[in-house]
Design a protein around this ligand. Structure first.
Ligand SMILES: *[C@@H]1O[C@H](CO)[C@@H](O)[C@H](O)[C@H]1NC(C)=O
Ligand SMILES: *[C@@H]1O[C@H](CO)[C@@H](O)[C@H](O)[C@H]1NC(C)=O
Ligand SMILES: *[C@@H]1O[C@H](CO)[C@@H](O)[C@H](O)[C@H]1NC(C)=O
Ligand SMILES: *[C@@H]1O[C@H](CO)[C@@H](O)[C@H](O)[C@H]1NC(C)=O
Ligand SMILES: *[C@@H]1O[C@H](CO)[C@@H](O)[C@H](O)[C@H]1NC(C)=O
Ligand SMILES: *[C@@H]1O[C@H](CO)[C@@H](O)[C@H](O)[C@H]1NC(C)=O
Ligand SMILES: *[C@@H]1O[C@H](CO)[C@@H](O)[C@H](O)[C@H]1NC(C)=O
Length: 828
């Protein structure tokens, strides 16, 4: 409880106070060529011919011009202008060094012989030529520059160009940008040869070319935290039918390390375009592409893309790729990993690209290879395109960096904070009485995720590909059938309960015994896990994996129907249930082997492999013949693809079983399951829980404690008293070594599940073997090869099939091996 409060506090602290609006240190708003103060979008522009305004005009040779017949409905700001017939300047004293916004308003009109449309001039800002040789079109133009001003004064010089030339300006804004508005690290230089880090972005002068509220409406300075204008994206969509607007009604979950409300206003993050997947092409992969015309000569651009996952129902579901000008700019972007694991958290990513002579900046988003076929999608919430002018002679300061280093750089702060949280957790757990499953209950997901994800879009079913009329793989069951099977959820049939809801024993019409897991009616809590479990389990049939035989999503019910597992969770048979007779060593080995087989299949049986993420003795269930099956795939997810070594993701899992490397680095591999399985092995041997706070401090954590004894070569000292005298020393030795390897600190040092399986088989062989092998079997591996009969360690990834499966690769489930994972409060 205490830990949860602590985490809650930490997370709350991370939220940026949102009510405080931004007040720039330096803030000059001038209505030029006028004596009157004019208000526009609630901001007061001071007349530069007023007493205080005149102070800004230093070297001034200018004329005040007023439009005789200003267009109706145009702002008074544009009814006057200051005209410069020779070099003239404004001087402002600056309070703060750093990045500033400078905006020039140009709205040409004709008066007193000046046709402002024919003006031709340059503007210099502290010697930097901003609009140079500037010539206007007919309309009002706003030129915005973002640049660093490290000086106590700011000189803005207007300089006519050519003999008959003159310059003018209607209004000016100069104000300090929020701190860290332009960061010097973390930008991604996108080239045809790959992505590099781009440094020192803040020393560039940026000129805004486009500011787009993707999927949204036009936002005026009135609605924007920095008085910007954002325009809709539709005109730039290359293929309009590819995109569909997504709208959220909730304000975004701003987080430190992500975007702040100053980076872009709420409205930008509350709308997006997502893939428009028609029902007939749910699985097709395509890009959403926007083309933004730019000058046709080669120039460098900053492309700032804004994201906020308002379309997913859970974290780590949305994976997509970003392309700029046809080059891969961000592969497998997982927005959940860029924030503190909360949906609808705004982030932005800066890209630096060269336009070449194409005259266009093309932005595409499309599904990543990592996204499973059920969750193909890609989104974009906002885009800004700014032309970069390098005036500080800091020529192309890109530094080669590995891609993965870049991924985290924007959110460096977040990572540090996560580390702190992790550290606090670890400390607390060592010193105080930790709660089991703590990591899960505080695991960054629950706090606001579900609240934030229960938008109306959930019922629209956009986040998941809608299954066909029979549901996923024909497993959909009518609610009435389930009512019948459970005698309308008869209390006497309850066999378990957990955070998720209740588990009932039931009998289907065809006399098949089942376990019916029913989410709390009306509660959408756990919906992501619900869907994960359906999508994962419906694809899988294996003797050592619990089979899903149906599900029901009617009447806002979340019901999963599994095969019934007569003997319940393995844990119950190890400790804590005095009535049950203890398992023999051989039974325990067979159960471990079965579970290892199931896991091995999970890891290797699919193209990408599936990582379970929550291996523990409560998730290994036993059927009436004590055949072990792995259950509870609510947390499982697809593994990394071939060319990647890990999946970066939020830490989930159960305390005491959690891979320390995964916890530290948040990089999920199938070796995290191997670690957890190692804990289970010691649990099986010692018949005690993974974390037992009643014990002395050095004994609290089973993995640490058992490893100590294993390293001392005295493992037999701590085995389950029921096993004493039963285990042959060679078998124990092999078993202990296997568990030890599973618990290696670094995942690279851990064996694969295939190796674990092989070694457990060998331990069983040693136990069974009539000969007194143990006198020789001192870890000699040559010997093990001889005696290991059945398992080939490297099973090819295709066509993996366990015994007991029929030719279709599907298990005959009518033999009623069953499940009920929620036998204790520790269940979900
Ligand atoms: C215009 O605004 C300035 C600065 O706020 C103020 O000093 C001045 O008196 C105002 N002038 C008029 C005419 O309101
Ligand atoms: C001025 O604005 C009003 C109200 O928004 C509108 O009805 C009118 O047509 C506008 N006039 C012109 C010339 O745009
Ligand atoms: C500006 O307006 C004039 C007449 O009103 C028109 O002939 C000219 O094409 C316009 N120029 C631009 C760049 O729109
Ligand atoms: C800004 O930087 C300049 C030059 O580095 C320095 O002279 C000046 O004192 C700084 N101003 C402030 C307010 O820090
Ligand atoms: C923009 O601000 C105006 C004035 O407060 C408000 O009426 C309008 O709803 C706002 N629009 C958005 C999209 O927030
Ligand atoms: C998306 O666009 C990129 C760059 O043009 C291209 O390489 C990729 O194949 C496209 N993806 C799909 C699914 O069309
Ligand atoms: C970035 O700027 C800093 C100081 O402004 C400078 O020391 C550093 O060398 C620059 N980095 C690169 C890569 O140019």
């Amino acid at each position: 409880m205490e830990i949860q409060k602590l985490i809650l506090a930490v997370i709350l602290v991370l939220f940026i106070p949102r009510s405080v609006s931004f007040t720039p240190m330096d803030n000059y708003l001038l209505n030029c060529g006028s004596q009157s103060n004019v208000s526009l979008f609630n901001r007061l522009f001071m007349g530069d011919s007023t007493k205080p305004g005149l102070d800004f005009l230093s070297a001034d040779k200018s004329i005040e011009l007023t439009s005789q017949n200003p267009p109706p409905n145009s702002s008074a700001l544009y009814h006057t202008a200051r005209v410069f017939t020779s070099k003239s300047s404004y001087r402002f004293s600056m309070k703060k060094n750093g990045t500033h916004f400078i905006r020039f308003h140009f709205s040409p009109f004709s008066a007193r012989g000046f046709n402002l449309k024919s003006a031709k001039f340059s503007v210099l800002v502290n010697g930097i030529s901003l609009p140079s040789n500037f010539q206007l079109s007919n309309d009002t133009v706003l030129k915005e520059y973002i640049l660093k001003i490290d000086s106590n004064v700011l000189d803005i010089v207007f300089k006519p160009v050519g003999d008959s030339g003159f310059g003018f300006v209607n209004a000016m804004e100069i104000f300090t940008a929020p701190v860290d508005f332009i960061l010097d690290y973390g930008a991604r230089l996108v080239t045809p040869n790959g992505v590099e880090e781009y440094r020192n972005l803040s020393s560039q002068v940026l000129e805004t070319i486009y500011r787009i509220n993707v999927g949204g409406i036009k936002l005026t300075p009135f609605n924007d935290t920095l008085w910007r204008t954002w325009i809709p994206d539709e005109d730039y969509l290359v293929f309009k039918a590819a995109a569909k607007r997504a709208v959220s009604t909730h304000t975004p979950n701003y987080q430190k390390g992500g975007a702040s409300p100053e980076i872009a206003p709420d409205n930008v993050y509350m709308t997006a375009q997502e893939m428009n997947r028609q029902s007939n092409s749910l699985y097709s992969r395509f890009n959403i592409t926007w083309n933004f015309p730019v000058a046709a000569h080669d120039a460098r651009y900053l492309v700032r893309l804004h994201f906020c996952d308002i379309v997913s129902t859970a974290l780590n579901l949305l994976y997509f790729d970003v392309y700029i000008n046809g080059c891969s700019a961000y592969k497998d972007l997982d927005l959940s990993s860029l924030t503190i694991h909360m949906l609808a958290s705004p982030v932005y990513v800066d890209f630096v690209v060269d336009s070449g002579n194409s005259g266009v900046i093309q932005i595409s988003v499309g599904p990543s290879d990592l996204s499973s076929s059920m969750r193909i999608n890609a989104i974009l919430n906002g885009a800004e395109i700014m032309k970069m002018t390098n005036v500080m002679n800091s020529h192309g300061m890109a530094r080669k960096k590995k891609l993965w280093v870049l991924v985290g750089s924007i959110v460096g702060g977040v990572v540090v904070l996560l580390a702190i949280v992790a550290l606090l957790l670890a400390l607390k757990c060592r010193k105080k009485k930790p709660k089991q499953r703590m990591a899960e209950s505080v695991g960054w997901t629950p706090l606001r995720v579900f609240g934030a994800s229960t938008h109306s879009r959930m019922s629209e079913g956009t986040a998941y590909a809608s299954p066909g009329s029979n549901g996923y793989f024909g497993l959909k069951r009518p609610f009435a059938d389930i009512q019948l099977a459970t005698n309308n959820f008869d209390k006497d049939l309850i066999i378990g309960s957990g955070g998720f809801g209740l588990v009932f024993k039931g009998v289907l019409k065809d006399n098949m015994k089942v376990a019916v897991k029913r989410g709390m009616p009306g509660s959408r809590q756990g919906l992501p896990e619900f869907h994960t479990e359906i999508t994962v389990l419906s694809k899988i049939r294996h003797r050592h994996l619990v089979s899903l035989v149906g599900y029901c999503e009617e009447n806002s019910e979340m019901i999963l129907v599994y095969e019934y597992m007569e003997k319940g969770p393995l844990k119950k048979h190890l400790y804590g249930s005095p009535g049950l007779s203890p398992l023999s060593w051989k039974q325990r080995l067979e159960i471990c082997i079965g579970a290892a087989r199931g896991l091995h299949y999970l890891h290797t049986g699919f193209a990408q492999g599936i990582i379970h993420r929550d291996i523990k003795s409560t998730n290994i269930l036993l059927d009436e013949n004590y055949v072990a099956k792995v259950a509870d795939f609510g947390l499982s997810r697809s593994g990394p693809c071939l060319n990647e070594t890990h999946v970066s993701t939020g830490v989930k899992g159960s305390f005491g079983y959690l891979d320390p490397e995964y916890f530290r680095r948040q990089q999920l591999t199938d070796k995290s399951d191997v670690y957890s399985f190692g804990v289970v092995l010691f649990e099986v041997l010692c018949a005690r829980s993974a974390v037992d706070t009643q014990l002395d401090r050095e004994q609290v954590n089973l993995a640490e404690w058992a490893l100590e004894w294993q390293k001392k070569g005295m493992l037999e000292q701590i085995i389950d008293p029921h096993l004493v005298g039963q285990i042959k020393p060679s078998s124990l030795k092999k078993f202990g070594e296997t568990a030890e390897k599973c618990l290696a600190e670094y995942s690279v040092d851990r064996p694969t599940m295939g190796d674990v399986l092989w070694n457990l088989e060998y331990a069983l062989q040693l136990q069974e073997s009539g000969r007194q092998r143990e006198t020789h079997a001192d870890g000699n591996d040559n010997e093990s090869v001889v005696v290991s009969p059945t398992i080939v360690p490297q099973i090819p990834t295709n066509n993996v099939r366990a015994e007991g499966e029929d030719d279709n690769g599907s298990l005959d489930i009518s033999t009623s091996r069953v499940f009920s994972q929620l036998m204790t409060n520790e269940g979900r």
